[in-house]
Ligand binder design. Structure first.
Ligand code: FEO
Length: 396
C-alpha cells in the first residue's frame, strides 16, 4: 500500500513482464501497472481491482493490510478484465459488498463474470459520503468502453480517471514528476494514439464537462502508469491537443517490400518530401512495431503507404497496418500509395482504395514502378515525393 494523498492509497500491481496488452494487439515495451485505489475514510471504498492473473496477490495484500471485511463498498469505474478481473474472487469472499458502477457497468459485469452482485447504479453527479470525503461519479461512456466512468474524491481533489490519462508504463516510482519525462510522454501519446484516437470527439466533450465543474484537481490518478501530481492538468491539456486532429507536421512512409524495389522507391520519395522541408520518417511495416508506427502516423499530417504486388494483392503486414489505421479513425490526414510490381501490378490501387476506406484523404494518384526502379524512375519517385510534400505544406 502506498499513501498517495491523506487516507487514499494505491493498492495496485506493477506488471514488469507485460509485453503485449489487449491480447496481442498492443506492445508494452515498459510493462504496465493496474492501479487500484483504497480510500480509508470512516467508510472504506475500493476503487477498481487488478487484472485476473494478479488477483490472489492483490486480495492477499488487501486482507493483510486492511481486512476484506472492512471494505464497505467497491467502485467499478470500468469492467474490462485488467480492472474488473479480481471481482469474482473478491466477491466470493465478501459477497454482499455493494458495487457502485454505471448501468452499462452492471450489464457488462454480468456478461463478463456471469454474476449478479449487489449493484448500485450511479449516474453523473451522484455521490457517496465516506466521512471526510465524498465520492462524486462522472460517467465517461466510450472513454473507452460504454461502461466507463471516473470517480472524483471531493475533499481531496483527486480524480480517479480510470483508463483516461493512463500509460502502459511500469516504474518503481509513482508520480509523473519522478520519472523520465521523455519515457512518460512516449507512453502517454502511444496510449492515446492506439487506444483513444477513435473516441477523440468524446474526449473533447468530457474535458469541457470536467473543466466546467470548476473543482480543484490536485491529482489525477489513472488506472495505468504513474499518477499526475505535478501540474496534473498538463495531461488534460495534452488530451485536448491530441483529440483535435493532432499532428506534428511530419510525413510517415509505411512500406513493405519483397526484394527491395519498393524500399528504393520509399527512400527516393522521402528525399523528395524532405526537399520541401517536411520531416519524413520511413518504416518497413514488416519489421517495425505496429503500435510504435501507429504513434508516428498519429503525429503525421501526411501518410504514404506502399506494398509490392504479390498474388494479385498486397503484402500481409501492409494489410494489417491499414486495418489498424482504419479502426483508429484518424482525422485530418492526407495520404497516397506507391509500390513496385512484376507483371499484374494491383497493389497500388488496392492500397489506394484501402486508404480511402480508412478515412485518410488520398490527395495524389499512386506511383507504380515495374520490377527494379531505374535511376530515371527513382528521380520520378523523388518528384512524386516533392509534390506530396508541397501538398502537405499547403495544408499545415
Ligand atoms: Fe485498462 Fe479499458 O482497460
Amino acid at each position: 500500500m502506498m499513501e498517495i494523498a491523506n487516507k487514499i492509497y494505491w493498492v495496485g500491481i506493477k506488471d514488469w513482464e507485460l509485453r503485449m496488452f489487449h491480447g496481442e494487439e498492443y506492445t508494452t515495451h515498459r510493462g504496465s501497472t493496474y492501479n487500484s485505489y483504497l480510500i480509508k475514510d470512516e467508510k472504506i471504498a475500493l476503487v477498481d481491482t487488478v487484472w485476473t492473473p494478479f488477483r490472489e496477490e492483490f486480495i492477499d495484500e488487501l486482507e493483510k493490510n486492511v481486512g476484506l471485511d472492512k471494505i464497505d463498498l467497491i467502485v467499478v469505474n470500468h469492467t474490462e478484465v485488467d480492472h474488473g478481473g479480481s471481482l469474482t474472487l473478491l466477491l466470493d469472499k465478501i459477497p454482499d459488498t455493494p458495487i457502485y458502477c454505471t448501468k452499462k457497468g452492471a450489464e457488462m459485469i454480468k456478461q463478463h463474470f456471469h454474476k449478479d452482485w449487489n449493484f448500485k447504479i450511479v449516474k453523473t453527479g451522484d455521490t457517496i459520503d465516506l466521512g471526510e470525503y465524498k465520492l462524486v461519479f462522472i460517467e465517461a461512456p466510450m472513454l473507452h468502453w460504454p461502461d466507463s466512468m471516473m470517480t472524483y474524491v471531493q475533499g481531496a481533489g483527486v480524480l480517479l480517471s480510470n483508463d483516461a490519462f493512463g500509460q502502459h508504463y511500469a516504474t518503481p516510482l509513482f508520480y509523473n514528476d519522478q520519472v523520465d519525462q521523455c519515457e512518460l510522454y512516449q507512453e502517454a501519446i502511444k496510449y492515446y494514439a492506439n487506444i483513444l484516437t477513435p473516441f477523440s470527439k468524446m474526449v473533447r466533450s468530457k474535458i469541457e464537462e470536467v473543466k466546467a465543474l470548476n473543482v480543484p484537481v490536485n491529482m489525477i490518478a489513472p488506472s495505468h502508469g504513474v499518477i499526475w501530481r505535478d501540474n496534473p492538468m498538463q495531461i488534460v491539456e495534452k488530451y485536448d491537443e491530441w483529440a483535435n486532429n493532432y499532428h506534428e507536421g511530419i510525413v510517415t512512409i509505411l512500406y513493405n517490400t519483397m526484394w527491395g524495389a519498393t524500399k528504393k522507391m520509399a527512400v527516393s520519395i522521402a528525399k523528395g518530401i524532405e526537399s520541401t522541408g517536411i520531416p519524413t520518417k520511413v518504416y518497413n511495416t514488416g519489421k517495425s512495431d505496429r503500435n510504435d508506427v501507429l504513434t508516428e502516423v498519429f503525429k503525421s499530417k501526411g501518410v504514404l503507404v506502399a506494398s509490392s504486388t504479390v498474388n494479385n494483392g498486397i503484402l500481409a503486414e501492409t494489410a494489417s497496418i491499414l486495418e489498424m489505421i482504419k479502426g483508429l479513425k484518424f482525422k485530418g490526414k492526407v495520404a497516397a500509395a506507391f509500390g513496385s510490381y512484376g507483371w499484374s501490378g494491383e497493389s497500388v490501387k488496392i492500397v489506394e482504395d484501402f486508404l480511402k476506406e480508412t478515412g485518410l484523404e488520398v490527395i495524389m494518384e499512386g506511383k507504380k514502378v515495374k520490377y527494379n526502379p531505374t535511376e530515371e524512375e527513382l528521380q520520378e519517385c523523388e518528384e512524386f515525393g516533392r509534390q506530396f510534400g508541397e501538398k502537405v505544406r499547403e495544408r499545415l
